[in-house]
Design a protein. Structure first.
Length: 366
């Protein structure tokens, strides 16, 4: 086993230096002082009402269109429970977030993956599937700085996707935890704002505040939110009021804007450092430099055994996630590098070690 310091490009989580721990302590103190009953009581299944109101205002919807949950994973699970039955067809991006894939497959959904391009899902390939008679109930889309690819869905594709959803009667599930983390280029409108009738939107405070706070939410049509509220009551009576009270205070005091700025500044530096290190150390790597978010998708030459690279990297105490985790089949020569949890110095050191592992793997292949 290597005694080198571990460097992980595996986790989609921020490093501690970009979490505003002091700000969260202050928010906790203020939240308990301002509303002791609201924080310590059971609360309501729809979430802490002042936070729900803040989120509704940010999205220009009524509070009745919002439910606040324990992380957006819980929101996803509730939505799938309501909208996806065994045997239903669900469209996802190829590649997509591994936990979504597992969750849908665990529910017995027929998952149809549609190629993800650097400007988002191939909407014309989706249109061809629909023309061929595929009838999805839902399309799961990560529009900004996609997990795992880091790609962003262009505005024309957002509009085309909504057109397809309307004409073929499926719901677009816009899973958007990275939206606030754009560090270059222009912000695009959410699909929720373009077509609130056909979109259910999810986001989270995990990537902008801290994942341990476990606060996420859904915005959607009232009948769907009302159904999920019933499900939430039966599941946990109410989500964590203490965490939501702290997030509410953190958001309303303006601390969240500073936190987002801190995270974005670090991400921009880290993405630049990662791209430069790959170009320098691993010139065989192909990637699109993201305009925000946590992830970069790396393609190595066809035939490269990324499973062997994973083992060789682990022997050098470097972790990443294999591309095969984000697909149903294939993609054996791809990998995801998360740069949110590593400093610039760690990126440089980690990519040098990864390149060394790559040389070993390609040399043994001959
Ligand atoms: C696309 C996507 N959706 C949902 C989640 C889950 O987020 P949360 O921490 O809010 O449960 C993640 C986390 O990595 C994600 O990348």
């Amino acid at each position: 086993m290597s005694d080198l310091r571990p460097i992980s490009f595996a986790r989609g989580a921020p490093s501690l230096d970009i979490v505003d721990v002091e700000g969260l302590k202050e928010a906790a103190h203020a939240a308990f002082t301002n509303d002791p009953a609201g924080l310590t009581g059971y609360g309501t299944a729809i979430g802490y009402p002042p936070l729900r109101a803040w989120i509704a205002e940010r999205h220009g919807v009524a509070p009745e269109n919002v439910i606040v949950t324990n992380g957006s994973m819980q929101a996803d699970a509730f939505l799938f429970d309501v909208l996806v039955s065994e045997g239903d067809t669900v469209i996802v991006e190829l590649p997509t977030y591994d936990r979504t894939l597992l969750s849908l497959r665990g529910r017995g959904a027929q998952v149809r993956m549609v190629e993800l391009e650097p400007d988002g899902i191939d909407v014309e390939a989706l249109a061809r599937l629909l023309d061929a008679g595929v009838r999805p109930t839902l399309a799961h889309i990560i529009p900004n700085f996609q997990n795992p690819a880091g790609y962003t869905l262009s505005q024309p594709k957002r509009e085309r996707l909504l057109e397809l959803a309307r004409s073929h009667g499926f719901v677009v599930f816009e899973d958007d935890p990275y939206v606030e983390l754009r560090f270059s280029g222009e912000r695009l409108p959410t699909m929720l704002s373009l077509d609130p009738e056909n979109v259910v939107y999810a986001s989270s405070f995990s990537k902008t505040v801290a994942p341990g706070i476990r606060v996420g939410y859904l915005v959607g049509p009232r009948p769907i939110i009302a159904q999920i509220e019933k499900l939430a009551t039966g599941t946990y009576i109410s989500p964590n009021m203490v965490a939501q009270g702290i997030v509410n205070q953190f958001a309303r005091s303006g601390a969240i804007e500073r936190s987002v700025q801190t995270v974005k500044t670090a991400l921009a530096q880290r993405a630049t450092a990662l791209a430069a290190a790959l170009e320098r150390e691993l010139p065989d790597a192909r990637f699109v430099k993201p305009q925000g978010g946590y992830f970069m998708w790396v393609k190595l030459p066809e035939g490269t055994d990324v499973a062997a690279l994973f083992t060789a990297a682990a022997a050098r105490n470097v972790q990443f996630v294999k591309g095969t985790d984000f697909v149903l089949e294939g993609h054996e020569s791809t990998l995801r590098l998360a740069y949110a949890g590593v400093t610039v110095a760690e990126i440089e050191e980690g990519i040098a070690r990864l390149a060394d592992a790559y040389r070993e793997v390609t040399a043994s292949r001959g």
